[in-house]
Each structure stands twice: as C-alpha cells, then as structure tokens.
Design a binder for this molecule. Structure first.
Ligand SMILES: [Zn+2]
Length: 593
C-alpha cells in the first residue's frame, strides 16, 4: 500500500499542524511523491529541498508511522540540536503515533522502552540525536537515516553520521531541509538527484510550468526568463508616495503564466495545487537518488500575497544595506540556496565612498550637524592579549541608515579613550569595546564607565526559537560576569554583544563598500592605513572531502579598522540607529550557557 494512502486512512493531526484533522494530501500532492520515494526499496537517497513552514517534519512523521507497521528497520533521526530532538520526540512524535489505532500493537509498552531519545517499538528501534552531541553519532549501523534540517547541523556531524548507514543492503537516507548556501552539502545532495519539480498546466493556454517566483537565474533555475512568476502592480494606487498600500497592492497580486501571461489569482490556487505533476529536471542523476524541490508558493496555508510582501520588505532592507532579511527570504520562502558573489572590494571601490555624494564631500573630524535624528557611536579595538594601545573609530548614524565615518585613530589606554569620548560628546552607552583580547580589562573599563563589550564569533548566525520558529540574527546578546579572573568588589552582570564576524564582513565588504545600500561615508582625506586595514581580508572558498563549498574570510594583514567598522554595523543593528527591522533590544538578553 502506498504510504500516503495509508497515512490518509490512519493518521489524524493535532493542533500543532497547520491543517489539523484527518491527514490529507490533495492540496500538497508533492508529499505523495516524496512518501512514495521514501518507501521505495530501490532508492538509496531521497532529498527534499524546500521552503520553511511546509510541513516537512509532518511528512516524515507520517512516513515513520507507516514504517513502524509496514517496513520496519532500525532508524536514526538526526536533528540540529539534541534538546530539540528530545522535546520533539516527547511532545510531537510520540503523541501522534499513540493516537493511531492501527499502531496499537507495535507501540512501546514497558517503562524504559520509550525514553526520550530511544523509542523501542515491537518492530524496530528509533533513535533521536542532535548534531551537537557528536560522541553519540557513531554507533551501530541503521537502515533508515533521517537527516532533518541539514543546514543547521554542527560542522562535521554529517560526515560522522553518514558512516553509519553503509552496511545495510536496502538502506535509505532521507535528507530534508530548507536551503542554505549554494554548493553546500544540502545543495550538492539536491543537485545529485533527479531535481524533480512540480508543474501545473496554465489554466488558459495549458503551458506546463513550476510555481517559480521570479525571473532571474538562481541555483535552482539556472535560466533567466522574460515572463511569468509572481507579479503585482506598482502604481499610484498600490504605492502612493513610495509607500506600499498593502491592501490595494494585494488585490493586484497574481501568478503570471510564463508563456501567455495569464494572471492566475489566489482563488485559482486550489485547482493549481490539485493538478500538480512531477517533472525531473536533471537528465543525469546519480543512480538510486531522487531529489525534490518546492517553495512557499506551493504551500496551501501560505497566501501568495504573503510571500510577495515578505519579499518586498526584505528587498527594502537590502536597499538599506541589510542583507540578512533577503538571505532569509531566498532560503526560506523562495526555497533556493543563497549565492554570494565576489571576493572583496578593491581600493578604488572603497575610495569611491569618499565624497560619494559630491555635495557632501568632507574631511576627517567634520560632523553632520548634530540633531535628534543623528546618533554617534565610538568603537575601540584593543591590541594584544595584554591590552596594549587601542584603535578607535567614530561614526555618525542617521535613522534612515546613512552613516559617516567622522574620525579614527589610535590612543594609549582606556583613559585616553575616555577623553576622546568626552571630546566628541558621546554618551556612555554608545561606546563599545572589543573584548576579544584582554577581556577582563575590557570588562573592568566597561563597568567603570558604562561602556559595552563586544566580541566577534565564527558562527554564521545565531538561532533562537520563538514558538518553534527559528529566528536567525547575525548577533546575540549574552550576560557575562565582569569579575572573571579578578575580584572587583562589585558584582553585576554585563551584557556582552556577540556577533558573526563573517556575516558582517559579507555585508560591509560585498555590499556596502560596493555602493549597494545606504550612504556609507568615509572622509576625502582618508589615510592609506585605514584603506589597507579595511581591505585586509579576502573571501576564499573551502572544499570539504565531498566537495561541498563554504566561504571564509581570511586575514591578509592588520585589520583593526575593519573590525571597528564591523562593530559599527552591529551597533546600528542592535540599537535600531540604522534601520528598523532587525532591531534587537539590549534588555532582551539570553542567559549564558
Ligand atoms: Zn498560459
């Protein structure tokens, strides 16, 4: 029996599902093909690259329910974080399985046969693990390996876990994830498979096509096109005075046929979804490997207008120099890997930022007239482990995200930094000091003068969960004990800002310095050392043993002023000085682990 039919007959979904009640696949026919592939003993690898919120986990849960009864074998389910795996098993998977009368005779009975990470059914064992508990990834081989949200895995976890599956003749790997970066593990796995898309026939001309969002080429659709995709009107009614009127705008949203330009409306969507059929777009897939793709336009509980609106909001943030919202939209709504182009800007591109606006040519020390819409931040970078001299940089920020580097230089110690702060009239909470070196000295200075410590990190971003939805930010705020290694007499926790060095380097060097984004000024008399330090890093490609690509920034020389400028961007994000949207709150700290 087909697994999806078995699911429709036996599975009922609770309120944690976007469509509670009897399990149905008529509006998500993609999952029928996925489930049929998963149960096919001929296949070794099933890869699903798709948008967020598209019932990925639910589909695998249904497969597992079918499996326990109909084709059991030891199964290993790998999630990103161990704690999430435990919680998922306890609060979602087991209650769902227990609610299926058909499974009554195979469910675990005795105590201990159903602990949080090992479920012992009468027919098979199911193990849950998090990619962050590496020691537990190598043990007995399994027949089924479920790789859930691969892009969030801890580095190296995938290599370890893939070794487990070799021994089984009818083993199957199921990869299911939202997209990450172009050429990463998930993208490669998808590329090796059939690259199956789901098409519908245009309701007017009958032309078969996928629900592809845009027109430009991207890693999933290598060819540009002239027509088709999600469209809307931009006119005086939908965008009066440059500001979207979402209500009027929404009335014009439609999916245009790439052949005859027929506008399909939201009301046509049920018919479109019910008529989907699979089309393999890879002529030369690896043997026994299938891969599927879909984006948010396929998901019945996400209106097309919502997808378009999120895109326009992300685009607006991108125009203001914030890359992250667009990156998140491309991966999580468009279902496509993010592709960052470029290695680094050159000095002439940086110099172009001098007097970018001819009328606004200025020299070091010249400030924008101080007004209520202008904030000033002073950043200092401590040199050497013992806390040698400091390099500092002052930048003014406007509420719209425009900014100006006012002055920069070196000073001997924190007392000298204090004098510079006073000279420019900068408030204590707008002074930020890098605590990557000489942390306890930096903390002590921060406690003394009300400054704030900051530290760069290797992580690409930081994930927090709000109602089970992962929220990614390029920074986080955490509490530290400032008295580390030293008794200060007072005891108070200090808020430490931790940021992704690479994310802000991408933003500054691949976007802002290249002139994409808000006004980002440097003075006409900017010195060579500033320019050299700002451009001291190069973005290089790294390959792992399976040829998956990642990019890292590599230091080629002194880069202190680059660090200062990165920290300026972090501060702008956090304080909301620059752009609304990614604003965090320093009070909203997470407890330190
Ligand atoms: Zn058509």
């Amino acid at each position: 029996m087909l697994a999806w039919k078995w699911g429709e007959e036996h599975v009922t979904l609770d309120h944690t599902s976007p469509m509670p009640g009897r399990y149905r696949t008529n509006l998500t026919p993609m999952v029928r093909y996925v489930l049929t592939a998963c149960q096919n003993n001929i296949l070794r690898k099933v890869v699903i690259l798709c948008s967020a919120q598209s019932a990925k986990t639910q589909t695998i849960m249904v497969f597992l329910a079918w499996l326990v009864k109909n084709d059991p074998g030891p199964c290993f389910w790998l999630m990103a974080a161990h704690d999430d795996a435990k919680e998922f098993a306890q609060t979602r998977l087991l209650p769902m399985l227990e609610s299926i009368p058909e499974l009554e005779d195979v469910m675990p009975t005795g105590r201990g046969s159903k602990n949080k990470v090992l479920v012992q059914f009468a027919t098979m064992n199911l193990m849950f693990r998090g990619s962050n508990s590496k020691s537990k990834l190598q043990s007995t081989p399994v027949r089924y390996l479920i790789l859930d949200e691969v892009r969030n895995y801890t580095k190296g976890a995938l290599e370890l876990v893939l070794k487990r599956i070799v021994a089984w003749w009818n083993s199957c790997q199921i990869w299911i994830s939202t997209a990450g970066d172009a050429h990463d593990e998930m993208d490669i796995a998808y590329g090796e498979g059939t690259q199956t898309h789901f098409y519908f026939n245009c309701l007017k001309c009958g032309h078969p096509q996928p629900l592809r969002f845009g027109r430009v080429a991207n890693p999933v659709f290598p060819n540009e096109r002239k027509k088709g995709g999600l469209r809307w009107d931009e006119n005086e009614k939908t965008r009066p005075g440059g500001k979207w009127n979402w209500k009027e705008w929404e009335k014009t949203v439609r999916f245009e046929c790439e052949e005859c330009e027929h506008p399909h409306r939201e009301t046509d969507r049920g018919r479109i979804l019910e008529s989907l059929f699979p089309v393999d777009t890879n002529e030369n897939p690896e043997p026994r490997t299938v891969s599927f793709w879909w984006n948010a336009l396929y998901i019945p509980w996400i209106p097309w207008a919502e997808v378009g609106k999120e895109f326009l909001k992300a685009l607006k943030a991108w125009e203001r120099g914030q890359v992250e919202p667009l990156k998140a939209w491309v991966r999580e709504s468009d279902g496509c890997p993010w592709e960052e182009r470029g290695e680094k800007p050159r000095e002439n591109e940086l110099r172009r930022q001098c007097g970018k606006n001819f009328n606004d040519s200025y020299f070091r020390g010249q400030r924008w007239p101080v007004g209520s819409d202008i904030s000033t931040a002073l950043i200092a970078d401590v040199q050497g482990a013992e806390g040698g001299f400091l390099k500092w940089l002052i930048r003014q920020w406007k509420e719209n995200g425009d900014s100006r580097c006012v002055q920069y230089g070196r000073c001997l110690d924190f007392d000298a930094l204090r004098a510079i702060q006073e000279q420019y009239g900068i408030s204590d909470d707008n002074v930020f000091v890098d605590s990557g070196h000489a942390a306890s000295k930096v903390y002590a200075a921060c406690v003394k003068w009300g400054w704030r410590p900051m530290k760069g990190d290797d992580a690409k971003d930081f994930v927090t969960y709000e109602n089970r939805v992962p929220i990614r930010r390029p920074y986080k705020v955490t509490l530290v004990d400032p008295s580390i290694g030293k008794v200060l007499g007072t005891r108070c926790d200090l808020a430490l800002i931790v940021f992704s060095s690479d994310a802000y380097k991408d933003r500054l060097l691949l976007h802002i310095v290249l002139g994409r984004g808000p006004v980002w000024q440097i003075p006409d008399d900017v010195t060579n050392d500033y320019c050299e330090e700002l451009l001291a890093e190069e973005r290089v490609q790294r390959l792992n043993p399976r040829n998956a690509v990642s990019f890292v920034w590599v230091k080629r020389g002194v880069n202190d002023f680059l660090d200062c400028e990165l920290m300026q961007l972090v501060v702008a994000d956090i304080s909301g000085m620059a752009v609304a949207g990614l604003v965090g709150d320093l009070d909203a700290v997470e407890p330190q682990d």
